[in-house]
Write a protein that binds this ligand. Structure first.
Ligand SMILES: Nc1ncnc2c1ncn2[C@@H]1O[C@H](COP(=O)(O)OP(=O)(O)O)[C@@H](O)[C@H]1O
Ligand SMILES: CC(C)(COP(=O)(O)O)[C@@H](O)C(=O)NCCC(=O)O
Length: 314
């Protein structure tokens, strides 16, 4: 384990842990996941390796479980001090990072792993795309080419949603986004019912508050930034686009159906163009600048393998 602050005190709030040292921190428990259970957790059928789960994500789920238990105890102690008997509040985790860096794969995996630990069996997952403004509204505001930028979300509703879950409201409802129609699904709802843990996954969840207002990141008990080199993320975006082009885009209902007949070179060029115009500027201007706000940073190599973990120590 190395400490990047050695030699330059105060330069970073993170302790840097190499993969092998992190893997040694794994508790001596059985991996609570059978290999075939991994299949459904992969983003689009890629190889989320079993050793990646046991070396990186199992220890991470244990660490988060310890934080969650600590928060439950603190909450109980505070309630006792105040002479109240208030129920525990959900522990809220944010997962941030670029489009195509692997946030949803990690969030879904953590959901399953965290639910296997005693004391946090009920884990809910919210993706912030449900809080994107509908396409009609984005068009009205001239934001159709800014999907995923902070201003393309209904941030007030997202904040209200997480506040209500954290306040212990029995049922909280969120809108639902479809990657197929590339729009909010009219009338569809995701319902969260008093989980032990809520995972909030999205590009911009670590954005700082504006002015005197609260931001959703103010409600996080733990946050993860998924990091990789920009060139690797661009390649993952292109590869995912090609897979979707051969799969989901062939559905006539798909917003991108017009791309289904492109040959490979044209499909790659289209993916590169969307990356250059929308997702790369958003990564550079809005997403990556929030990295240092995370509790923990996972740094991936070109094969999606986590090489380094940065854990906030102050
Ligand atoms: N740990 C991993 N191992 C292998 N492939 C992965 C891993 N995580 C993500 N991927 C692949 O990378 C692409 C982007 O992942 P995804 O979770 O959809 O990203 P995001 O939610 O950040 O847009 C998908 O094609 C997915 O299958
Ligand atoms: C839906 C997204 C904005 C991601 O939303 P998130 O769940 O991270 O809030 C993104 O996947 C997206 O579709 N971006 C628009 C540009 C593109 O088509 O890649």
């Amino acid at each position: 384990m190395s400490d990047p602050t050695n030699g330059s005190p105060g330069s970073t709030p993170f302790v840097e842990i190499e993969r092998a040292a992190w893997a040694d921190l794994a508790p001596a428990t059985q991996l609570p996941l059978a290999p075939d259970e991994l299949t459904g957790l992969r983003g689009l059928g890629d190889m989320l390796e079993i050793d990646e789960v046991s070396d990186v994500y199992l220890p991470l789920s244990r660490l988060i479980n310890l934080y969650a238990v600590g928060a439950q105890q603190l909450h109980a102690a505070t309630s006792a001090f105040l002479g109240e008997r208030s129920p525990t509040t959900p522990f809220v985790i944010g997962v941030a990072g670029s489009v195509a860096v692997g946030k949803s794969t990690i969030a879904r995996l953590l959901r399953v792993l965290l639910a296997r630990w005693e004391s946090t069996p009920r884990v809910a997952l919210l993706t912030t795309d449900g809080f994107l403004l509908p396409n009609a509204e984005l068009e009205r505001r001239g934001l159709m080419q800014r999907k995923g930028f902070p201003e393309s979300y209904d941030r007030r509703s997202l904040l209200r949603f997480v506040t209500q879950v954290k306040s212990g409201v029995a049922e909280v409802r969120a809108p639902v986004y479809s990657h197929l129609s590339y729009d909010i699904i009219p009338g569809a709802e995701a319902v969260v019912r008093r989980p032990d843990i809520l995972i909030v996954e999205g590009l911009n969840v670590l954005q700082p508050p504006m002015g005197n207002k609260l931001a959703v990141s103010d409600l996080f008990d733990f946050s993860i930034y998924v990091d990789a080199r920009t060139a690797d993320i661009a390649r993952w975006y292109e590869e995912r686009f090609l897979k979707l082009q051969r799969g989901a885009f062939t559905n006539p209902e798909s917003y991108f159906h017009r791309y289904a007949s492109l040959d490979e070179a044209a499909a790659r060029a289209t993916a590169a163009d969307i990356w250059q115009r929308i997702n790369l500027p958003n990564l550079t201007e809005n997403v990556r600048p929030t990295r240092s706000r995370a509790t923990l940073v996972l740094r991936k190599d070109p094969q999606h393998r986590v090489q380094k973990i940065l854990l906030r120590k102050i």
